[in-house]
Design a protein around this ligand. Structure first.
Ligand SMILES: Nc1c(NC[C@H](O)[C@H](O)[C@H](O)CO)[nH]c(=O)[nH]c1=O
Ligand SMILES: CC(=O)[C@@H](O)COP(=O)(O)O
Length: 163
């Protein structure tokens, strides 16, 4: 597997108190627990609060994020960033391509159209073994990767807003 270590980003713009939405697809419960553990550890070290919404599968994640963002804005408690977590494992049909590509496209559309800091932690793998290699709670955890990406984008957004 390609080296999963990431060069630490230099931007340390304060995001203490940021509200982060996590939308998780609990298709593989135990793998999801590991991804969520990795993401929560990153949010804790960044001083951000979080809410978790659970959906049936990865295909539902983008819509759930859009619904939750709008509801939070209406309630006067907007989210500052979002993290998508899930695991899509290839089966016997082309459904894998649909679920993995459409969930990813939906997240990208959201991030671009709303200029919204978002991390994609949806694993798209051929086997559960590949998923576990990317979900175990360590520096390889893709849940932690997605949280770091969302945090990095939020720091950029806040820094540029002050510029
Ligand atoms: N096969 C996987 C799915 N499939 C379900 C879809 O995400 C969706 O919930 C369904 O098509 C109804 O709209 N979801 C995963 O998250 N992981 C999979 O491996
Ligand atoms: C990613 C999926 O939807 C997949 O797990 C479904 O399996 P299959 O393609 O055999 O129906």
């Amino acid at each position: 597997m390609a080296d999963a270590r990431r060069a630490p980003l230099k931007d340390q713009t304060d995001i203490t108190g940021a509200r982060v939405l996590i939308v998780e697809a609990r298709f593989y419960d135990d793998i999801q627990d590991a991804l969520l553990e990795g993401a929560l550890a990153e949010l804790k070290s960044a001083g951000a609060s979080h809410d978790v919404i659970t959906v049936p599968g990865a295909l539902e994640i983008p819509a759930a994020i859009a619904i939750a963002i709008d509801a939070a804005e209406t309630n006067g408690k907007p989210y500052d960033a979002a993290i998508a977590l899930g695991c899509v494992v290839r089966g016997d049909t082309i459904h894998f391509e649909i679920v993995s590509q459409e969930s990813s496209r939906g997240l990208m559309d959201l991030a671009l159209s709303r200029k919204f800091p978002l991390g994609n932690g949806i694993l798209t793998v051929n086997t559960e073994a590949q998923a576990w290699a990317r979900a175990r709670a360590s520096e390889l955890n893709k849940g932690g990767d997605a949280a770091r990406a969302a945090i990095a984008m939020l720091r950029i957004k806040r820094r540029l807003a002050k510029a």
